[in-house]
Design a protein around this ligand. Structure first.
Ligand SMILES: *Cc1c(COP(=O)(O)O)cnc(C)c1O
Length: 393
């Protein structure tokens, strides 16, 4: 019998997805003015125990809106992650500012030690501003990414931010469903701790709206600013506008549409179930693979309930290379992938300033992401493990 193909991460629509989407279409509200968009913003805010949310057409645009609101521009710098998807960095450039890259910790997230190393060795405080002595730029903020459903060390990063007057934009695009269970931020969902947060609902993320995202902040003025920026900066709350199309600044077409919001409302109903399945499958992978044939399943950050978006298999002391494993699995109809190339090694950022990247470089060569969809069955996990153990014996 032909073996079934097991993809790495695909959308899962087990509930009201088709119903809500066809209701949205029947209503003819399909664009950015529909009633389900504020409903989805409120539903996500309630789920996360927060208040101020702006639904966008992607996670990238949510990051961009937050950075515009932060006021960064040419001559400014932002501390950024070397090891992550490039969408966490590009919006800095959209604003005309520059990234400075730092290393990750053992949970793939921004390492506070590497941030402090940059500050201690390359920066000085002048009139309450952190100045990069190499470039003369004003370092205004940092974008820690909660990679794969892990959590960056927010306690230390927020302390550093406060000490040096930096804003913190949490890229929580990979960690929807992850919240803190211990310490100072106990009870907080990721994305609600920093000054700004960004979520993604792309097709391969924990839950999806097709494409979509959400910006999070902590006051009405900021929310309003990001919301009007997402609609060409037409401020309908201004009395004099009255359909005159008065635009207060350069805006963008970044608002989520009503069909996407319909999909999001249905997905949110199943989010806890998705996370439960992902947690269960992770445990099974760990049981079947960890410590065998030089393989290691990397743990998630302690002190959180993780969404476990992606699973990380580390080739510690293996008979085959990362690429051999990925190719071998592909021949057996199982999709897997290496981790990203480092951002400072990508063409747009080859000349960017960069701290030593010891952890990030080690992970780049040795990590394989294995199937993690929220509809992956126990049988699927067992087959993936059998093939991996066979290829690495
Ligand atoms: C997915 C992702 C984004 C961007 O989200 P989109 O919705 O695809 O625009 C940003 N940062 C990281 C780390 C991501 O994984």
């Amino acid at each position: 019998m032909d073996k079934k193909f097991i993809p790495i991460s695909v959308p899962n629509f087990p509930g009201n997805e088709e119903k809500y989407v066809s209701e949205a279409i029947s209503s003819t509200w399909v664009s950015t003015a529909g009633p389900l968009i504020p409903k989805f913003e409120k539903a996500m805010a309630d789920y996360m125990g927060t208040e101020y949310t702006v639904a966008t057409n992607s996670g990238t645009s949510a990051l961009h809106l937050a950075l515009i609101d932060s006021g960064i521009g040419p001559g400014d710098e932002v501390i950024a992650a070397a090891l992550t998807f490039i969408a966490a960095v590009n919006p800095i450039r959209f604003c005309g500012a520059e990234p400075v890259f730092v290393d990750c910790d053992k949970y793939f997230c921004m390492d506070p030690d590497s941030v402090q190393y940059f500050i201690d060795n390359y920066c000085e405080m002048k009139d309450g501003k952190l100045i990069n002595k190499t470039t003369g730029a004003h370092v205004k903020g940092m974008i820690p990414v909660h990679v794969f459903g892990n959590m960056a060390n927010m306690e230390r990063l927020m302390e550093i931010a406060e000490k040096y007057n930096l804003f913190v934009l949490e890229d929580a695009t990979e960690s929807v469903g992850t919240f803190v269970t211990e310490g100072k931020y106990k009870g907080h969902h990721l994305g609600t701790i920093g000054h700004y947060g960004a979520l993604s609902f792309n097709g391969n993320k924990v839950m999806t709206t097709g494409a979509g995202g959400m910006a999070i902040c902590h006051d009405e003025q900021t929310r309003h600013h990001m919301a009007i920026l997402s609609e060409e900066a037409q401020d309908m709350s201004k009395k004099e506008d009255n359909l005159l199309f008065i635009h207060t600044e350069v805006g963008y077409n970044y608002r989520m549409n009503n069909i996407a919001a319909a999909l999001g409302l249905a997905q949110l109903e199943n989010l806890e179930k998705f996370v439960e399945t992902k947690n269960k499958n992770y445990k099974l992978y760990k049981e079947l693979l960890d410590g065998k044939n030089g393989l290691k399943m990397i743990d998630y950050t302690p002190g959180i309930r993780s969404s476990m978006w992606f699973y990380q298999l580390y080739l510690d002391n293996c008979t085959i290379t990362r690429n051999e494993l990925i190719e071998g699995l592909a021949e057996r109809k199982i999709q897997s992938r290496p981790i990203w190339l480092l951002n400072p090694d990508q063409a747009p950022y080859k000349n960017s300033q960069c701290m030593p990247l010891t952890n990030a470089r080690d992970y780049v060569g040795k990590i394989v992401n294995i199937p993690c969809s929220s509809n992956l069955t126990e049988e699927d996990v067992k087959r993936v493990c059998e093939e991996i153990l066979d290829l690495t014996k």
